[in-house]
Design a protein around this ligand. Structure first.
Ligand code: MLT
Length: 398
């Protein structure tokens, strides 16, 4: 009989969005005549931009001719995409070496898989509330987590306690689920703390394209010293509508070198490269062609047309919450709006209430951690009509 990884027993029964899908499926089965509006999982609804599509088509066509056909590609991703991403960072004022960029099928896999590079014996600091993948992947590995409270007092932007030592720190900005964004000064506090503690920051910037305020950092590498202490994850899912197409990237600077217990130097870049070469055969050439088109200036302009559309949804949601006097976070430099559940309800209770009385699906804050227990997340990724209808129902309910 195999001995199983019993740490799986320590996980919650099901993944947050699976649980939501089950509850919604049960409701729609029992109420087939009701129109349910989904503002729960952050899944995009607009089609891909024209240039991204053209890139994908070019990729498909290349597969049809012996002269351009592609078999296995480089595990790290094709240079044309790595360079396009590096140029995109440069346009945003941040220098990233193309050879530090690893292309993947999305930030979810990479933020989950990165924990393999670290021993079980680390002090892992994870803000609460948080994207559940960071937590679950560490629980699966039997790792102990220390939580850092994000709450209304700190604007859901917790900062480190200088008296506490951490080895690994997860940060997400713009934040999923709260929509809060660290400014440069706050992010510098984290970078300085990580350098002082010889810690590594695992920085998820999947929502950077939603930042409209030019003063806010879109990459941790906008902060001096970050290349010595931070890995950055990013994704085309929300930037370019690739939730179904799948493409992301992880930046592991070569400067990230630490001393092993035998005194030898170990490079996180080399370790991640080794891991990817062993376990990953690269993202499809076709997808990488589409992705490279996204990072051109015109491709990004097209992405921003869609982003502006979603931002209008966020405004509709925010206006309703403001009208109702409900305190909320995010929605400006982020596609998520995070608000206090009305009538002091707990978040799963509010989830059921909203589904049953308004047929609107959101995400209960408790699914993101203890500090989300009285909060709720709505996404701006729906269409205008549904978002407006959902908020009209919300308005009538409270
Ligand atoms: C979310 O709704 O939090 C995200 O869509 C989940 C993800 O990106 O995996």
């Amino acid at each position: 009989m195999p001995k199983l990884n019993e740490h799986y027993q320590d996980l919650k029964e099901s993944y947050l969005f699976t649980e939501i899908a089950h509850r919604v499926a049960a409701y729609t089965a029992a109420n087939p005549d009701k129109k349910v509006i989904r503002l729960g999982i952050g899944d995009v609804t607009l089609p891909l931009g024209r240039l991204a599509l053209e890139g994908l088509h070019e990729g498909v066509d290349a597969m049809g001719s012996a002269a351009t056909f592609k078999g296995y590609g480089p595990e790290q991703g094709y240079d044309f995409l790595r360079e396009a991403i590096s140029a995109y960072y440069a346009r945003n004022g941040v220098t990233v070496d193309a050879s530090d960029i690893f292309i993947s099928d999305g930030a979810k896999s990479d933020t989950g898989n990165i924990s393999e590079l670290f021993d079980t014996d680390n002090v892992i600091l994870i803000p609460d509330p948080v994207y559940p993948v960071y937590v679950d992947s560490n629980v699966m590995g039997g790792k102990k987590i220390t939580y850092l409270a994000g709450n209304a007092e700190n604007g859901f932007l917790p900062l480190p306690d200088p008296a506490f030592h951490a080895d690994i720190i997860y940060l997400c900005s713009p934040n999923n689920p709260t929509g809060a964004v660290y400014n440069k000064e706050q992010l510098k506090v984290w970078v300085d703390y990580a350098l002082a503690n010889e810690a590594v920051i695992l920085f998820d910037s999947a929502y950077e394209a939603f930042i409209t305020d030019p003063e806010l950092p879109r990459s941790i590498y906008a902060i001096e010293g970050a290349k010595k202490c931070a890995i950055e994850f990013c994704s085309l899912s929300k930037t370019a509508g690739f939730t179904g197409t799948r493409c992301g990237y992880t930046i592991v600077p070569k400067e990230l070198v630490f001393t092993a217990s035998n005194g030898e130097q170990m490079s996180l870049h080399q370790m991640w490269n080794r891991r990817q070469c062993t376990k990953f055969n690269g993202t499809s050439y076709i997808i990488q062609r589409g992705a490279a088109a996204v990072f051109s200036e015109e491709g990004m302009r097209q992405c921003h047309e869609n982003i502006r559309y979603y931002q209008e949804n966020a405004r509709i949601i925010a206006d309703t919450l403001t009208k109702k006097g409900i305190r909320f976070y995010g929605g400006v430099n982020s596609p998520y709006i995070w608000f206090e559940c009305p009538q002091q309800m707990e978040s799963w209770e509010f989830f059921d209430y909203l589904l049953n009385h308004a047929q609107v699906v959101g995400t209960p804050g408790a699914g993101f951690g203890e500090n989300g227990k009285h909060f709720f997340r709505l996404t701006s990724f729906g269409n205008h009509e549904n978002t407006a209808e959902a908020m009209k129902r919300f308005d009538e309910l409270f």
